[in-house]
Write a protein that binds this ligand. Structure first.
Ligand code: ATP
Length: 324
């Protein structure tokens, strides 16, 4: 199998989405309304769900010493401003092994920024976004999916919704498989789910998009029913991540399962979900895709990310991920 696979051309994963500079503050606790707290420290790093997922795909397909394990080629399409934050993002993605030729540098608009508050005692975060250049990605840029055509296209919801809907339409017309991570969650029209190959979402997103409450989503017996809502809309593979609890997956053909989260020390959960998506995507483009293996590998990779501060910088290289 391995020798046969090595003869196949490298699969291409294209990510179209957001690129943000993450300005992260670390505090003992999240301030309440009207309260002022001193942060213990502040860091500026490379983030944005699109960029994070591209970095995750690329870092997890090679070792720290840049030995590519042949999983896939990774290409990012997005936009940054002509500023320091933009340079930071471009440099970081390049260093992770991402093809950045599809990233536009806008002169009139600043790079997107995320203000992140991390509560040190729990590792939980709260995030405020300013879209900036990400909002220059207009639907007219995606009448067709930019060449080269990927094996898998990954999308999130941090660029204008109309653009995402246009990309979904163009990808479907071109027969390209899509992985949608509907974050941050907003109501989507029915056609967004039609023939969608993979939907990966956390419990909050699953609640908003399915109509079930978070408590119901967390209930073992109701999880499959919530997932079925997405299958009935046309999604083939549904993966619901439940943070420290674990991950539920289900396929329209009937297979489903639950994988417990790894027991790890939590430092900062930023980009855990993005690492999960990246690791899963590398399995999704394999000819012998197995959803259980994909979820276990993604769970092991994401567990590494929660042990480190920051977004892209916290994503592990392939040789840093523990056993599944
Ligand atoms: P993010 O913080 O990146 O927005 P998310 O809310 O999209 O994450 P989660 O469900 O919180 O997604 O986490 C995604 C995956 O990361 C989990 O399914 C799990 O594999 C891993 N993970 C998250 N939190 C923990 C934890 N405390 N311990 C172990 N693994 C975790």
């Amino acid at each position: 199998m391995a020798s046969h696979e090595s003869l196949l051309p490298l699969r291409l994963i294209t990510i179209i989405g957001s690129l943000n500079a993450d300005i992260t503050t670390y505090t003992s606790r999240i301030p309440s309304g009207g309260e002022t707290l001193h942060a213990r420290s502040v860091k500026t790093g490379a983030g944005g769900k699109g960029g994070n997922q591209a970095a995750a795909c690329a870092k997890l397909s090679r070792t720290r010493n840049d030995v590519n394990n042949g999983s896939a080629d990774i290409r990012m399409i997005g936009a940054v401003g002509n500023d320091q934050h933009g340079q930071l993002l471009l440099n970081n993605l390049r260093a992770s092994g991402v093809d950045i030729s599809g990233i536009t540098i806008q002169t009139e608009i600043e790079t997107g920024v995320a203000i992140i508050l991390v509560e040190e005692s729990t590792g939980e975060n709260r995030i405020l976004l300013n879209g900036g250049a990400n909002y220059s990605l207009s639907p007219s840029l995606f009448v067709t999916i930019p060449n080269p055509k990927p094996s898998l296209l990954i999308l999130q919801l941090e660029i204008p919704l109309q653009t995402t809907l246009q990309i979904l339409k163009a990808a479907r017309e071109a027969g390209i498989e899509i992985l949608l991570n509907p974050a941050p969650a907003i109501e989507l029209p029915a056609e967004a789910y039609a023939n969608l190959r993979h939907l990966i979402l956390n419990e909050t997103e699953a609640s908003i998009l399915s109509g079930y409450s978070v408590e119901q989503i967390k209930n073992d017996s109701l999880l499959p029913i919530a997932a079925r809502v997405f299958h009935s809309r046309g999604v083939h593979n549904v993966v619901i991540t439940l943070g420290s609890q674990g991950v539920f997956y289900s396929q329209d053909a009937g297979l489903s399962g639950f994988v417990k989260a790894k027991k790890v020390e939590v430092v900062d959960t930023t980009a855990a979900g993005d690492t999960f998506v990246g690791a899963y995507a590398l399995e999704a483009v394999k000819v012998d895709f197995d959803i259980d293996v994909a979820v276990r590998k993604a769970n092991a990779a994401a567990a590494k990310t929660v042990g480190k501060r920051g977004a892209q910088v916290a994503i592990p290289w392939a040789d840093e991920v523990g056993p599944i």
